[in-house]
Design a protein around this ligand. Structure first.
Ligand code: ZN
Length: 369
C-alpha cells in the first residue's frame, strides 16, 4: 500500500495540479484551441525530445523521434462552445453550437465572448419567473434559437465596438474546483483531463528514466467534438504502429441514467476499457493484462458502430492501426460542472504508463498468430 500511495502523490503533486487548474480554466473552443495547446506544450517540453504542430493546431510531443516504430498516446484538446451567429439591433447576441454544447443548462450562465479585442463578459439572459406566469402560455424551454447573450451593450453598434462579430466563439466562465471525497469539478474536463494525463505519462517516463524501444508520440488533437477531425489529420501524418487513446466516458450512477442503455460505470472505480470493432482486441487484451499485473481495477464498456472518440480516427485513417481506448469516468458531461475522481486520474495515468513500458516493436497484435 505504501508504494501505491507514493505513486499517487507523484502524479497529482502541487506542480501538476497547478498545471491542471491553469489548463482547465483556459478556454480552447473547437477550432480555436491554440492558447490551450501552447500551455500544454510548455508543460510537456521538459519531458520530450521534439515537438511539432499541424496546420489546424494539433500539437505533438515526441520521445525518440528517429525511431521507425511509432506508438501514439492521444487526447483531444478542444472544448465545446458557441459561435456568435446574429446580433440584434437592440444588442442581443444569438448563437449557434460549436460542438455538442448543452442548451438546457444555458439560462443565467456567465460567459466569455472571445472577441477580437479580447474576452468580453456576458450572460445568458432569461425572462424572470414573475413574467412567465401567464397560464395560457407554455413556459419557454431553452433552445439554440431562443437563447441569447446580454453583454450590457445597448445596440448592435455597441456590441461591435467591443470587438464582437459573427463567428467569434463563446465559452462558459466556470472553472476548476474541488468537492469532498476526492472529486474535482470543472468545465471541459472533456477532454483536457486527457491532455493532462498523457502529459503525466511523459513526465513519469522521464522521471523514472524509462527507455523506450520505439518513438512515442504524445498527441493533443484538435476538433474532436465536431467529428474526430484533428485525430484524422494527425493519424495520417504520423502513421503510427499502435495508438492508445484516452477520453472521458459517462459515470452512470447518477439519477435519470438508464444502465440498460448506458452500461454500468462509476467514478472512483478505475479507468474504463472499451470493446468495439474499432478497438483492436489483442491490444485491449495487452492493456487488461497490464491492469491485472499492476492491480489496477478497470471497468468495461461496449460500443457498436463507433466509439465516438478519436480511437475511430486512428483505427481507420491509414491501413488499420491497432488502437484502443482507455476512458476516465465523468459525471455531467458537456455541462459546466463535469465531475471526476482523482483516483481515476492516477490509475488511468498508471495504466497508460505501464502499458507503454510493455509494448515493443516485436509485440504481435495479429488475430491470426
Ligand atoms: Zn465531448
Amino acid at each position: 500500500m505504501a508504494k501505491s500511495k507514493k505513486h499517487k502523490d507523484n502524479i497529482l503533486n502541487n506542480e501538476s495540479l497547478a498545471f491542471l487548474k491553469t489548463y482547465i480554466n483556459n478556454a480552447s473552443p473547437v477550432g480555436f484551441e491554440t492558447s490551450g495547446q501552447k500551455l500544454w506544450l510548455e508543460y510537456l517540453k521538459p519531458y520530450i525530445d521534439d515537438t511539432y504542430t499541424d496546420a489546424y493546431g494539433t500539437a505533438v510531443g515526441i520521445i525518440n523521434p528517429a525511431h521507425p516504430f511509432k506508438v501514439v498516446i492521444e487526447a483531444h484538446a478542444d472544448e465545446i462552445s458557441w459561435f456568435v451567429n446574429y446580433i440584434s439591433e437592440q444588442g442581443f447576441i444569438y448563437l449557434k453550437r460549436n460542438g455538442g454544447v448543452d442548451h438546457q443548462i444555458a439560462p443565467a450562465k456567465r460567459v466569455w465572448i472571445h472577441g477580437k479585442k479580447g474576452p468580453v463578459k456576458a450572460v445568458f439572459g432569461w425572462p424572470a419567473i414573475h413574467t412567465r406566469h401567464n397560464p395560457d402560455i407554455k413556459e419557454p424551454q431553452p433552445k439554440p434559437d431562443n437563447l441569447f447573450l446580454d453583454c450590457g451593450a445597448r445596440s448592435k453598434k455597441e456590441v461591435e465596438e467591443l470587438g464582437i462579430h459573427v463567428g467569434v466563439v463563446v465559452t462558459y466562465e466556470e472553472g476548476f474546483d474541488e468537492l469532498v471525497n476526492g472529486y474535482y469539478i470543472g468545465r471541459a474536463f472533456d477532454n483536457k483531463i486527457g491532455g493532462f494525463m498523457i502529459a503525466q505519462v511523459a513526465r513519469l517516463l522521464k522521471e523514472n528514466n524509462d527507455k523506450l524501444p520505439f518513438g512515442l508520440y504524445i498527441v493533443n488533437a484538435v476538433q474532436e467534438e465536431i467529428g474526430l477531425r484533428g485525430a484524422e489529420m494527425i493519424a495520417r501524418k504520423i502513421k503510427p504502429n499502435v495508438a492508445i487513446i484516452t477520453d472521458v466516458t459517462h459515470d452512470t450512477q447518477t439519477p435519470f441514467i438508464n444502465k440498460n442503455i448506458e452500461g454500468d460505470t462509476a467514478c472512483g472505480k478505475g479507468p474504463a476499457l472499451t470493446y468495439g470493432p474499432a478497438v483492436q482486441n489483442n491490444l485491449l487484451k495487452l492493456i487488461q493484462k497490464v491492469a491485472d499485473k499492476n492491480k489496477i481495477n478497470v471497468q468495461l464498456r461496449a460500443t457498436s458502430r463507433s466509439t465516438g472518440t478519436d480511437t475511430d480516427s486512428f483505427a481507420y485513417a491509414n491501413d488499420g492501426c491497432p488502437s484502443a481506448l482507455i476512458s476516465i469516468p465523468l459525471r455531467y458531461m458537456h455541462t459546466t460542472v463535469e465531475m471526476l475522481h482523482k483516483d481515476d486520474i492516477i490509475n488511468t495515468v498508471k495504466l497508460m504508463h505501464e502499458t507503454i513500458k510493455t509494448i515493443t516493436p516485436k509485440t504481435d497484435f495479429s488475430y491470426f498468430s
